[in-house]
Structures are given as C-alpha cells and as structure tokens.
Design a binder for this molecule. Structure first.
Ligand SMILES: *[C@@H]1O[C@H](CO)[C@@H](O)[C@H](O)[C@H]1NC(C)=O
Length: 482
C-alpha cells in the first residue's frame, strides 16, 4: 500500500513520466541486487584454507552437554589422540579405495539379500555367502566394558549390527590397538553365550554367518569385503555408555582372531536395525532413537546421543524408505532430487527409485545412480567453469586446482528427501581436498543403475542426523556439532 507521502508526491509530477523513472531505477537496482543476493545465496564463498585438510586440532570448547551422549571423533582427524603417528595417516586415495571396498560390500550384501528374498520361496540353493562386514568406518566413540570397566575406542557403524572388540587371550591373532586389549578374566560381569541359546542363533541375521560352537560356547564370525574379519566367543558383558547409563548383559563379540583394516581401534559398535545391534539391545531405555553429529576433521563437538533427549526443534524428518528386499539391512531413505547452485537438476524420480538409497555412517563419499551423478557433475562443472581443472583422484573425477586462489566460490548443493525435507549441504560435504592444487567434488556415481545409492558421511558432516528407528523416520538439522 502506498504511504500518504508518496500519494502527495505523485500529484505534482506527470504520472507516466514519474513511473517510468521510478521503474527503470528500481528495476536496475532491484535486478542487480536480486542477482547478487541470488548468487550469494547459491554459492559458498570461503577462504581457501577452510577447504584444505587441517593438521591442527581445534579442541571443542566444551564436550557434549547432552544426556546419554558420547563424544565422536574422526579417526584420521588431528583431534584423535590415537592418530598422532603421522605416518599412519592414509592418503585421500587410500581412504577412497577402502571406501570403494565398503561400497562394494554394501551393494553386494543388498543385492544378495534382495535375491535371497526373491528365491526364498523356491527353496533354491544359495550361492556362497557375501562378505558381510563393511570395511573401514571413520568415526569413533569411547565406551566402557566390563566390571570394573575399562574404556575402548570403537568405530561406530550404522551399516552393521554386531558390536565386537578384540579380546584376550587373542588365541589366534589380535592386531595392534591403542587401548589395552579387553580381558574377560578381569571382569566379573562377563558370561559366555551357549550354542543352544536363541541369542546364539540370532547371529545368523546380524552377521550373515551361522554361528559356530566350541565346547558349548557360541562362536561368532564376521568377515569384511576386503578379507578383514573378527572371530571369537559370543558373550554378554556390562556396557557403560555414560556416567549414568550402563547395560548389563549386552551381547557382543569377544574377538580371538581379528585381522584387517581396523587401524588401532579396539573394535566396532554396530548401530544397525538388527535385534543384536546396540540400538535394539538398548531399546527399553532409549526407544530405538539415536542421533549424531559427525564433526569435520578440524575438530568440533561431534556427538553420538542415545534417546530423544535434546534433539533440536529445527530437525526435519523424512520417512525411512522400505527396502526392495524387505530386509533388516541398512537404513533406506528416499532421495527425490538434487539442486546445484539453487537450480534443481532434472532427474526423473525413477532414477533414484531403481536401486534405492541408504544412509550410512561408514561410507565416506555419497554414491549416486549413474544418471543422477552425471546430471550433478554437469551442473557443477558448468558453475565452476572459471576454475582450472585438475586430474581425478581415484573415484573422484571432478577436481580443481585452487592454488594461488585466496577465496573460492562453490555452488551450493541441496538434497531433497520425501516429506519435503531439504538438506543444504555444508561446504565440507561438497568438496574434498587432496591438496590446494587438487580439490574434488565429493560425490561418485555407481556403476549400475540398479546399485543401491549411499548418502555418505562427508555429506552428513556438521548436521544433527536423527534416527527415529521406532518411528520410522530420519531427521536432519544444520549445526548439530555446535
Ligand atoms: C568361555 O568359553 C571359552 C571356550 O569354551 C572358555 O575357554 C572360557 O573359559 C569361557 N569363559 C567363561 C567366563 O566361562
């Protein structure tokens, strides 16, 4: 509505003339402003140093303040004290090749499970078992085990179920780990599980392998796509998560023979949806509800929190999708679209539906159906055309040479999930740097349209990611590590 002053003003000037002047001035100004705003809103413009890997730990000002919350660190990040031996740090291409092994395993497991479900009724003989475990995951929490308790650093993994740790007397083999190796003879709360128990039989779905039996003690075995594995006694023990939260009789693997790419981490914390996962085993207290924030490597308040507790109001929820195989494996989600620099890519819905998608805490780089990745790459390359390109790094084929730049402008990338959820990725979820002269788009395409897509952990960084497993919903909110 026009103000009284402007009405008075209009009276004294020929109106068409005035309107023309006003229009052209404000149009020009408004257009330029709009364009500037639009481009600012659609780009991350940052100092180059904030893209490059940091070798300094900026320790979080305060630890997680939430109840039932564990601190989360990046395994290869500078804040992780187990990681001070510089020579142990893998290069980006090593991380990427381990990541590909994990992805192959996930995709193999998913395809196998889908096939199993299809042929179950026909009672066909199944082919050899797939590798069931999942290669390196990258985020670590510390939990207490035993009475009296000792602390162990475990990799946490939403893509697997069984929790295990290396275990004395390491009958066959234990790799080197930082924490003293868990010793059941020093704990008053350790018990073996017997072969005849239902708990022992539950291993089949949790690990993909039938349990073994030794002198009536149940034996678990879980193997990885890259030939890594852990085998040992299936047992019960007191698990302590926080000062106030402990669980008696927690079922876990006491690994007597452990080999592979676990670094110096004591074992694995399985956050999958199988009855043996920690999510299911603590359901009475936490209601199958957990959330985390994966910190970017340079250190911030990463956390893994059990229970509804302090989930921010800003969380937007998308329903978990139903897996085509109806299996308990993995957390399926429904990706509906992607935008780059504020422009929605034209990708037909069937592209995402063909293979389906999961969210995984252990896969680093998000894998997209080939058609979706190709649309993303084309749009990204167009909007990055002013930068010099650089050679590919392993699976990352869209790289730039930023050497000599002080600031860089990168188009924003947003993901759209069913339920009207838009996730506007942090810059850390868009680019990954080998070095200033080789900074790459942090996405890769699957080789087949039917391969399952994976929303990986680089893209999840800094978000509060909420798993309401009982409610069938996945939530996202920005700023989860602050
Ligand atoms: C668990 O079972 C193994 C193998 O049978 C045995 O060596 C070990 O002593 C048992 N531990 C306990 C506490 O019963």
């Amino acid at each position: 509505m026009a103000t009284p002053t402007s009405i008075t003003f209009f009276k004294f000037i020929p109106s068409t003339y005035l309107i023309l002047i006003l229009l052209s001035a404000s149009w020009k100004k408004g257009y330029a402003l709009e364009r500037k705003l639009a481009s600012e809103n659609n780009y991350h413009t940052v100092h180059l140093s904030s893209i490059l890997p940091s070798s300094f730990c900026n320790p979080p000002v305060k630890g997680p303040s939430r109840k039932s919350s564990l601190k989360v660190l990046h395994r290869h990040g500078p804040c992780h004290q187990l990681n001070q031996e510089e020579f142990n740090k893998p290069t980006l291409s090593q991380i990427l090749s381990e990541d590909q092994i994990r992805v192959n395993t996930i995709q193999g497991r998913h395809a196998f499970s889908a096939a199993t479900n299809k042929i179950r009724d026909s009672k066909a003989n199944l082919p050899a078992k797939p590798g069931t475990s999942l290669g390196t995951a990258n985020y670590i929490v510390t939990v207490g085990l035993g009475t009296p308790k000792n602390d162990y650093n475990l990799v946490f993994d939403t893509g697997s179920d069984l929790t295990w740790t290396q275990c004395q007397p390491c009958t066959r083999f234990c790799y080197k780990q930082q924490d003293p190796i868990y010793d059941p003879t020093k704990s008053s709360s350790y018990t073996n599980i017997s072969c005849s128990s239902a708990q022992c039989s539950a291993l089949t779905s949790a690990t993909g392998n039938s349990p073994g039996c030794s002198i009536s003690t149940c034996i678990y075995g879980i193997q990885y796509g890259d030939q890594s594995f852990s085998v040992g006694f299936f047992a019960k023990e007191r698990l302590t998560l926080t000062q106030t939260d402990a669980f008696d009789g927690f079922l876990f693997g006491c690994g007597q023979n452990n080999q592979g790419l676990f670094g110096n981490i004591a074992g694995l914390l399985g956050l999958g949806r199988d009855p043996l996962s920690i999510v299911s085993q603590t359901a009475q207290k936490y209601g199958k509800y957990f959330s985390y924030c994966l910190p970017s490597k340079s250190g911030s308040n990463g956390h893994l929190t059990f229970g509804k507790g302090a989930v921010p109001n800003s969380v937007k929820f998308t329903p978990f999708a139903r897996s085509s195989s109806q299996s308990n494996l993995f957390y399926f989600i429904d990706i509906q679209g992607i935008s780059v620099g504020g422009r929605q890519l034209s990708i037909s819905a069937s592209v995402f539906q063909t293979g389906g998608s999961i969210i995984d805490s252990g896969t680093v780089i998000t894998r997209l159906p080939p058609a979706a990745y190709s649309a993303l790459r084309t749009a990204f390359r167009q909007q990055m055309a002013r930068y010099k390109t650089a050679p590919a790094v392993s699976i990352l084929d869209t790289c730039y040479d930023f050497s000599g730049q002080t600031t860089v402008s990168v188009p924003k990338i947003s993901f759209f999930f069913s339920g009207n959820v838009m996730v506007d990725l942090d810059l850390k979820g868009i680019l990954v740097a080998a070095k200033a002269s080789q900074v790459c788009l942090a996405f890769a395409g699957n080789s087949a349209a039917t391969d399952v897509g994976i929303f990986g952990n680089i893209q999840q960084q800094t978000f509060e990611v909420v798993f309401d497993v009982a409610g069938g919903m996945l939530g996202f909110a920005p700023g989860g590590c602050s």
